[in-house]
Each structure stands twice: as structure tokens, then as C-alpha cells.
Design a protein around this ligand. Structure first.
Ligand code: ARG
Length: 558
């Protein structure tokens, strides 16, 4: 609402201000009798060297808008009383017209790249990768809703010295059938064994280096093993993406940049940014450790590939922004990479943004995929669906399409649990809690949506443009105000690259609606019934769309 009011005020102020500046000044009055929104005129008064009250009087007399019922000037404040009927009509009308498109910004012809998920080949899909996947996908949906064209890029970890180790380990101890049966588990075992054995036999590390060198030189048998590992791993990752209902525009992993790094190394040399340090080539940076570009033996590194990736994307996708959704332990890495690009003289380095996030915790401890404490994501998702299925069995055994809905609820619960807190906070992983129908959970929001659906169904409600909207109960006003905020919520969450803003919003909308529902009979045949149904329809529409942005489905019954 504040945005809308700022626009109205901007009109009345007749001076050079932006909507944002005015919006920032708006306050909520302490007491209800002072109106819905207050605009303090003290800053303006200072600018114009006039008394706040005379300015308030002047602006106040200029306000003339159907949304505003009454204007009151008191002690340098302009107190505004909203015309609730008018606002309600306007908001509900817009949602019934636009439905799922409500809040959709016009296409702005700009591209953004979102680099997310990006698991490592031959390693289990970790909880950290789950976080990246879920946050990145939500951010992508939110960017689309804000009018951007979005490219979802998976920067697979499919290159690096670890593949030398894996090749050696496989040749020494691996068995084809076993790897084929359970690729990631088997490859992980080989990798762990390699490290154990290498502690006793230094020779192995030399062999691994040689194997990686062979790989970099495209030696046939090494390359074949590598691409087999990659194919097999991808197959497993795909199953996870399918369950989460997530697609990518491009799988451009680290190996994709193998032939795209030399030109960057050359350019760094030409620009005299490359210096030697212990035989390696580095770029020295201010206020942070140098960025390693090539090792002594000429091998490139993670950062080198990220540099190549940034240039490739810049040239091919012409993005106005690239988001890197990667855990906060890589903050330094991205600072270094962005800084190197800046030093090379490219102003677009400022359009690169690392979107970090906290860890996933179980019982307060880090969920690790290493050292035996292996928690496999596919097991976690399976368990979530099974638990959701049990819940449905208890609560609503006659539900149709139970299996499909259990999937939507179980997976949705995992996603929502991840997204509901500010992304930099750590996330506690408790299946019991996240599947609770009453807590701050995905199922709670889904359940609210389904409940509204059944009300609408009972009333045989169909939405059409001619529905006359009457004044609603006072208790509906909070819902209307929230509905009005949705478009603003969508831009805020992109601006802060934080899907939790949307998640918190749908939770609040569900909560406020449930309170209303507890005190109001919706299906009473009076002159307001249609309007109440439109309100219900609008809440369901916005809940569903908000959940869709988060990557969570909204079943119609559950
Ligand atoms: N594969 C990396 C990891 O698991 C994440 C890659 C993130 N994206 C990037 N452009 N570096 O740690």
C-alpha cells in the first residue's frame, strides 16, 4: 500500500522527489484514530526552509484520490485515512482479472543468468547443493516474475585434480558392474579409499597427477572413464531434479571451459596482472589473498574456470546480472574472481553477485556428506514423501490421488523449510517439524490453499469480471492490505535476492486468512457472500502463485 500512497503523495508534492524517497518517509500512526498512514513533513520543511505544518497543509489540500477517504493535518504530519471499500474493490478486481499473472512485471528485455545447484560429479548431492538448488530455482522464478528473461545454468563440478585420483583408484580397485549399479556411492568409496591409501603411499598422488594431466591432454582412456563417471552421476542428479521439478537451460560445467581459459590467461599477462608466486601464476589483489590462476605445472584452477565462465556468459548471454547461488564458505573465492575482472578493466564486474547462504543443520550440527556421516539427499526426499503419505493416511484416508499429493506435500515441505528463513541463516532439518500442518511450514500454506479451494467448490464459485464487490467485514481489511502488497513483495525479494521474503509473505497471508476464517462465516447467503468468495479466490490465487515462485506445488485438496 505504501508504494501506492507514495505515488499519490508524489503527485501532491509537486517537487523533485522519487517515489522511493517518499515511501521511505511514510509511517504507521501509533493510534488508529490518526489514520492508516502518516507522512511527516519535517524533512521537506528543512529542504524548503518552511514550517512543517504549512507544508503539510499545502500538500494535504492537493490530495485528491479515490483511495483516500480523509486527509488530516496535525503537527507537521499528514494523516491519511484510506477508503477501504475503494481499495478493496480495486485490489480484488485486479486479482480476479489477472489471476496468476497478478504481480507479474512487464517483460523488460533484460537477461539474468542464475548459476545454481552445480553439484560435483562422482560425489553425492550434498545438503549444501540442495540449498543452492532450491534457493537458485526460487530466485529464477522470482526474477521471471519481475520481468526478466532467466537463464538457469548448472556449473557442474566436473573437472579438477580429483578426477586424476578417481581414475587411478578405479583402475586399481574398481569394478565396472559395481559402479554401474550405484555410481555415486561406488565412486565415493573409491575416492575415500584413494585418500586412505595415499597417506601411506605417496606414489599414488604422483600417479593421480599424471592421470589428470593425461585427462587434460585428452588421452583417450582417461577421457572415456571421466565421461562415464560424468554420465552416471548426471543420471542420478537428474532424478533429484525431476523430483524437485527443476530444469536448467544449460549444463555448462567446469570442463566446458577447458578451451576457454587460455585467452584469459593471455589477457591477464598482457595487462601485466599476472605475477609469479612459488612458481604459480597469481593475480595480486588489495585487501585479500591473491587469486591463483595457474599452478606450477600449468594446470588451471577453480577460479580460472570461473573467470572463463563469467566472460563466456557475458559474451553469449549478455546478462544485466549474474547471480551465483553458492554457500557462504565460497565468499572469498567470488570476491577474488570479481575483483580480478574489475582489475582487467571490465565495468560489468559490478553486475556479478554472489548469493551466499548458511548451512543445513541436523540437531544443531552440520550435515556432512563426508566421514561416514553420509546423508543422501535421495533418502531424505524419500523419507519426506513417506512421512507425508502417513500423515495423509491418518488425516484424510479417502483422498483421491494420494500418492501424487504426498509427493507434493513431502517435497514441498523440504523446499519450504529451506526457504522460509533469511538465506544466510543456518537451516535446521527436522522432518517432523517441517511436515507439521500447523507450524510455519509448507504443508500449512498448502493446507490453507486446499481449504479455500473446497470452500469455493462448495459454493460452486466461478470467477468473472462482473462480480460486484461490496464492503467487507472489518476483519477482512488486513487480508486486503496484504494482497495489495504482493507485487511489492516480489520486487523486494529480487532486490535482496532472498526468496524468504516471499515465503514469509505467504505464511503471513495464510495466517491472517485462517484467523478471518475462524471468525467469519463465508457461506452465508447475504449480500456480501459473493465478495467474500472473491476474497477467498484472491487469497488462494496469491498463495498458489507465491508457492509456485518458491518451487512448491499447491494441491487442490489434501
Ligand atoms: N561445484 C561447486 C561446489 O560444489 C559449486 C560451483 C558454484 N558455481 C560456480 N560458478 N563456481 O562447491
Amino acid at each position: 500500500m505504501n508504494r501506492k500512497i507514495a505515488e499519490i503523495l508524489l503527485h501532491a508534492v509537486e517537487e523533485d522527489f522519487t517515489v522511493q524517497e517518499i515511501e521511505k518517509l511514510l509511517e504507521k500512526p501509533k493510534y488508529e484514530h490518526l489514520g492508516d498512514v502518516a507522512f511527516p513533513c519535517f524533512t521537506l520543511a528543512r529542504n524548503f526552509k518552511r514550517s512543517p505544518n504549512s507544508i503539510a497543509e499545502e500538500i494535504g489540500s492537493n490530495i485528491n484520490d479515490p483511495f483516500i477517504q480523509k486527509v488530516q493535518v496535525v503537527g507537521g504530519y499528514i494523516n491519511l485515512f484510506l477508503n477501504k471499500v475503494q481499495v478493496t474493490k480495486e485490489v480484488l478486481r485486479e486479482i480476479t482479472l489477472l489471476k496468476g499473472k497478478y504481480g507479474q512485471k512487464q517483460n523488460n528485455n533484460e537477461n539474468v543468468v542464475i548459476d545454481f545447484s552445480s553439484p560435483n560429479i562422482a560425489k553425492p548431492f550434498s545438503m549444501g547443493h540442495l540449498r543452492s538448488t532450491v534457493i537458485g530455482n526460487a530466485l529464477a522464478n522470482i526474477a521471471e516474475k519481475n520481468g526478466y528473461y532467466v537463464l538457469r545454468v548448472n556449473h557442474l563440478g566436473d573437472w579438477g585434480t580429483q578426477f586424476g585420483k578417481l581414475i587411478v583408484a578405479y583402475r586399481l580397485w574398481g569394478a565396472k558392474e559395481q559402479v554401474e549399479a550405484a555410481p555415486i556411492e561406488e565412486l565415493l568409496k573409491l575416492y575415500v579409499k584413494f585418500h586412505d591409501e595415499a597417506e601411506m603411499c605417496e606414489d599414488l598422488n604422483d600417479k593421480a597427477r599424471a592421470a589428470f594431466k593425461a585427462l587434460e591432454e585428452n588421452e583417450q582412456s582417461a577421457l572415456e572413464l571421466w565421461s562415464w563417471f560424468k554420465r552416471a552421476s548426471l543420471q542420478e542428479f537428474m532424478q533429484i531434479y525431476e523430483q524437485l521439478n527443476i530444469q536448467f537451460n544449460a549444463y555448462e560445467g567446469e570442463a566446458f571451459y577447458n578451451d576457454k581459459m587460455q585467452s584469459i590467461v593471455d589477457e591477464l599477462k598482457d595487462k601485466q596482472l599476472l605475477t609469479q608466486s612459488d612458481g604459480a601464476n597469481v593475480v595480486r589483489l588489495e585487501d585479500m589473498p591473491p587469486c591463483l590462476i595457474t599452478k606450477q605445472d600449468g594446470a588451471t584452477l577453480y577460479a580460472t574456470r570461473d573467470l572463463a565462465a563469467a566472460f563466456y556468459r557475458q559474451a553469449n548471454y549478455k546478462p544485466s546480472k549474474i547471480y551465483y547461488v553458492v554457500g557462504n564458505e565460497q565468499t572469498l573465492h567470488f570476491k577474488q574472481v570479481f575483483h580480478v575482472i574489475e582489475k582487467m578493466g571490465y565495468s560489468w564486474s559490478k553486475d556479478l553477485q554472489h548469493v551466499p547462504f548458511g548451512m543445513m543443520l541436523k540437531d544443531g550440527k552440520k550435515m556432512s556428506t563426508r566421514k561416514g556421516r553420509v546423508i543422501l539427499l535421495k533418502d531424505v526426499l524419500k523419507e519426506a514423501v513417506e512421512t507425508a503419505s502417513k500423515n495423509i493416511e491418518e488425516k484424510n484416508p479417502s483422498l483421491r490421488n494420494k500418492q501424487e499429493i504426498a509427493k507434493q506435500v513431502g517435497i514441498g515441505a523440504v523446499i519450504f523449510n529451506d526457504l522460509k528463513n533469511y538465506r544466510l541463516n543456518d537451516v535446521e532439518f527436522s522432518l517432523q517439524q517441517m511436515l507439521n500442518f500447523e507450524g510455519e511450514t509448507g504443508p500449512y500454506v498448502q493446507y490453507t490453499h486446499a481449504r479455500i479451494h473446497s470452500i469455493l467448490e462448495k459454493a460452486k464459485f466461478t470467477v468473472h469480471e462482473e462480480i460486484p464487490i461490496e464492503e467487507l467485514e472489518e476483519s477482512a481489511w488486513g487480508i486486503v492490505l496484504l494482497l495489495e502488497q504482493y507485487p511489492q513483495v516480489i520486487s523486494d525479494s529480487l532486490e535482496q535476492a532472498d526468496p524468504s521474503i516471499v515465503a514469509k509473505y505467504v505464511l503471513q497471508l495464510a495466517r491472517v486468512f485462517n484467523k478471518y476464517y475462524a471468525h467469519t462465516k463465508i457461506l452465508v447467503e447475504d449480500e456480501k457472500m459473493e465478495s467474500r468468495l472473491v476474497l477467498c479466490f484472491s487469497v488462494a490465487t496469491v498463495l498458489k502463485d507465491g508457492m509456485r515462485l518458491l518451487g512448491v506445488q499447491s494441491p487442490e485438496s489434501m
